[in-house]
Design a binder for this molecule. Structure first.
Ligand code: MOS
Length: 731
């Protein structure tokens, strides 16, 4: 199947098929599930960052009204750690008396009501034997891990290249801890029937939660069902199986009743990961005319004590430019911190921030236009492997983005552009994301009523998956979108990968497409020897689908409706399975690209920065639905504005306690912070999968922070090398 054969439905795009359900409050989110005899859980969290639990006095908690159970490491059953620890999450909770980080779950209370559980949780008295916590990236006692993600890249001789460059920059950028903060509080509700477990969960991967819980509790995977038909945002926080999910299942088993837990907003900061802070030193050398001679990018970030999460902080650096001498590497420092995790363009968002700000600094040193410097070092082939790109329209991103933005109006000198009393700055940055495409399965059925039911276990966390999968299925079956029903977010459906790494649309879209084509084949099989069918003896290549019918092209009379075939053969429905594979080695290199342009206005007296315009020119391959894809890019840009100007999770340096765990103190971008965001898609269908898509979830945020930071430099002449860019730093 070539891309040319499918998908004429692309373009302006279908409205969200689940939109009506969502605005009507009819879409059930994990916290909405109520069950008969539902009991409620509350968490008790460590108030120190390191040491041991010396004593637990739960007498008062056990005696409190409505309390059904208090579970601590003293009475919890032993649980197994799931293998493949990354997606499976941190080690299971309540297995020992050691405290690894502030906020560690040290007990769970189960009570008749959520209020009773929360009240009892405050009555648990825990005595700690405190140790001196490791909280600082520079702590000499801390273990340092090099290349934990296995993504360090070297080529040529970076040191020699730097030493021989005519112009060089040597700069250090820092980014703070940031927290996902989806609007929907993460919730889990679980009940057991013997060894069978049903669990509603805020997850980005029901198939993974199922496997992890089966291993953790030592029960058959076939008896575990994980449901997440709707998730109220996640941004990466739902990619791992967190301790609280295990605790809810454990609590339900203990009290032999359904149990639900809804995290508090404060617990959303301490229980479901975060973007780790970084310190990044970037050295770039160039010839006097701006050919890159060397790039050296070294990042440092924290890791939790018993966890293997590491992100691709410097990967983008190794990919973006043609430069023969490069060293891109990351060191992790093991600290008494909760497990970090993937968040909104993980790795690349902070890594490319440092790289692209340093490139802007280099352009300034060279006296060269920032776009010109990027074009001069354009990577025509993958700079590490020398192989061709599967598709790459980054040049078009620069050119069309600059055109739309009006980049040519920029005068090079900082502080040279004004609007009234405000300083005006123009900044730009490149963006790259290396998307993941993992194996996925889907199943499609079609009944006599002409309605198709297509399902796969993967989730739609608000990105538009229901909608674009409906389009893919409708196209492949030749049905109006209104005659396709999509089932998602149920681990009993065919297994799907995580909705993460910008890869689910490619993976699931390919599987849905394959299942639907197989379903058409199943109909042809039924009529293969049917003397009454005009399709008798036809293969898939001989027919077209449309208007709910299969037809032989050029012979309008030679067509049959799906329902007619089923009726004549006494069948209620036909079903077929489809699968997509892990991305094969095609000899080509995949990549998602973008160019971001930002305008800021800065008040010279107050230091107040306003982002006034953003243009995002994106090569995401084939865009299945311009409306939902644009929405993704807008959302990522808003996250990028937050990342640059507002978002910072502050931990007390002595105790590791998060000091701003609320929406009152952790600032996210709101409508008043969000300017006009102009999105252009410039890509061509990508040959790496049959539907030609790359994915746009992460590239949406990558490059926004450096574009804004570079605009702030252009407006003010000040390089702010530490995010978030604050009024204090600009004054
Ligand atoms: Mo994304 S951080 O892979 O949800």
């Amino acid at each position: 199947m070539t891309t040319a054969e499918v998908l004429s439905l692309v373009g302006p795009g279908l409205d969200r098929v689940d939109g009506r359900q969502k605005v009507a409050g009819a879409a059930p989110y994990p916290g909405d599930f109520s069950l008969p005899h539902l009991a409620h859980a509350a968490l008790v969290q460590a108030t120190v960052a390191a040491g041991r639990i010396r004593s637990i006095d739960a007498t008062a908690a056990r005696a409190a009204p409505g309390v059904l159970a208090v579970i601590t490491h003293e009475n919890a059953p032993r649980l197994a750690r799931a293998p493949g620890a990354l997606t499976m999450g941190p080690p299971p909770p309540l297995q020992h008396d050691r405290v690894l980080h502030h906020g560690q779950h040290v007990a769970v209370i189960v009570a008749e009501t959520a209020e009773q559980a929360a009240a009892a949780a405050r009555l648990v008295e825990i005595g700690y034997e405190q140790a001196q916590p490791l909280l600082d990236l520079g702590d000499p006692r801390a273990e340092r891990i090099d290349n934990g993600a296995g993504r360090d890249v070297q080529r040529g001789d970076a040191a020699a290249g730097l030493a021989s460059s005519a112009v060089a920059v040597d700069v250090t950028y820092t980014t703070p801890t940031q927290t996902h903060n989806p609007l929907g509080l993460f919730a889990t509700a679980a009940y057991w029937d013997g060894d069978a477990l049903t669990i509603h969960d805020s997850t980005q991967g029901p198939s993974f939660v199922r496997r992890a819980l089966a291993v953790t509790f030592g029960v058959p995977e076939s008896g575990v069902r994980v449901l997440a038909p709707f998730v109220g945002g996640a941004f990466g926080a739902g990619l791992r199986v967190w301790e609280h999910v295990v605790l809810v299942a454990l609590a339900a088993r203990t009290v032999a009743r359904p149990v639900r837990l809804v995290l508090t907003r404060a617990q959303m900061f301490s229980s479901i990961g975060y973007r780790p802070r970084t310190v990044q030193r970037v050295r770039i050398g160039a010839t006097g005319t701006g050919e890159l001679a060397a790039i050296d990018h070294h990042g440092t970030e924290p890791a939790a004590l018993e966890d293997s999460y590491a992100e691709s902080l410097t990967r983008g650096t190794s990919v973006l430019y043609a430069c023969g001498n490069l060293s891109a590497r990351t060191t992790q420092v093991r600290l008494n911190v909760a497990c970090p995790t993937w968040m909104r363009g993980p790795g690349e968002a902070p890594g490319i921030f440092a790289l692209e700000c340093a490139m802007d600094e280099l352009a300034w040193e060279l006296g060269q236009d920032p776009v010109e410097l990027r074009l001069r070092n354009y990577a025509e082939v993958h700079p590490q492997t020398g192989r061709p790109w599967a598709s790459k329209a980054l040049r078009a991103c620069y050119e069309q983005g600059a055109e739309r933005f009006g980049w040519s109006r920029r005068t090079a000198q900082p502080r040279s552009m004004r609007a009234g009393g405000l300083l005006v700055g123009y900044g730009m940055a490149s963006a790259y994301y290396g998307y993941v495409q993992a194996p996925c399965q889907a199943r499609a059925s079609l009944g006599r009523d002409g309605i198709a039911f297509v399902r796969s276990a993967g989730t739609d966390i608000g990105t538009g998956t229901y909608t674009v999968m409906t389009q893919v299925a409708a196209e492949a079956l030749g049905l109006p979108p209104g005659q396709v029903r999509l089932g998602l977010g149920d681990s009993d459906m065919p297994p799907a990968p995580l909705q993460g790494g910008s890869g689910l649309t490619a993976a699931m879209g390919s599987a849905v497409h394959a299942a639907c084509r197989q379903l058409v084949q199943a109909f042809l099989d039924v009529v293969a020897d049917d003397p009454d069918s005009p399709l008798r003896g036809c293969g898939l290549a001989d027919v077209r689908v449309g208007d709910g019918r299969i037809s032989r092209p050029g012979e309008p009379a030679s067509s049959e409706a799906y329902g007619a075939i089923l009726s004549r053969h006494g069948l209620d429905e036909l079903s077929a399975d489809g699968a997509s594979a892990r991305r094969e080695d095609t000899g080509m290199e995949p990549g998602i690209f973008a160019a971001k342009f930002a305008e800021v206005h800065v008040d010279p007296d107050l230091g107040l920065v306003r982002v006034t315009r953003v243009v995002a020119a994106v090569d995401g391959g084939r865009i299945l639905n311009e409306k939902t894809a644009t929405s993704q890019i807008i959302g990522g840009t808003v996250g990028g504005i937050g990342m640059t100007l507002l978002e910072e999770t502050v931990a007390d340096p002595g105790t590791g306690r998060i000091a701003n765990a609320s929406f009152g103190d952790y600032l996210v971008a709101v409508n008043a912070d969000v300017p006009d965001i102009d999105v252009i898609f410039v890509g061509e269908p990508d040959p790496m999968n049959p539907i030609g898509v790359k994915g746009v979830g992460e590239v949406a945020i990558v490059g926004v922070a450096p574009a804004i930071a570079n605009a702030v430099f252009h407006a003010t002449g000040r390089r702010i090398r530490s995010l978030p860019i604050s009024i204090e730093q600009l004054l």
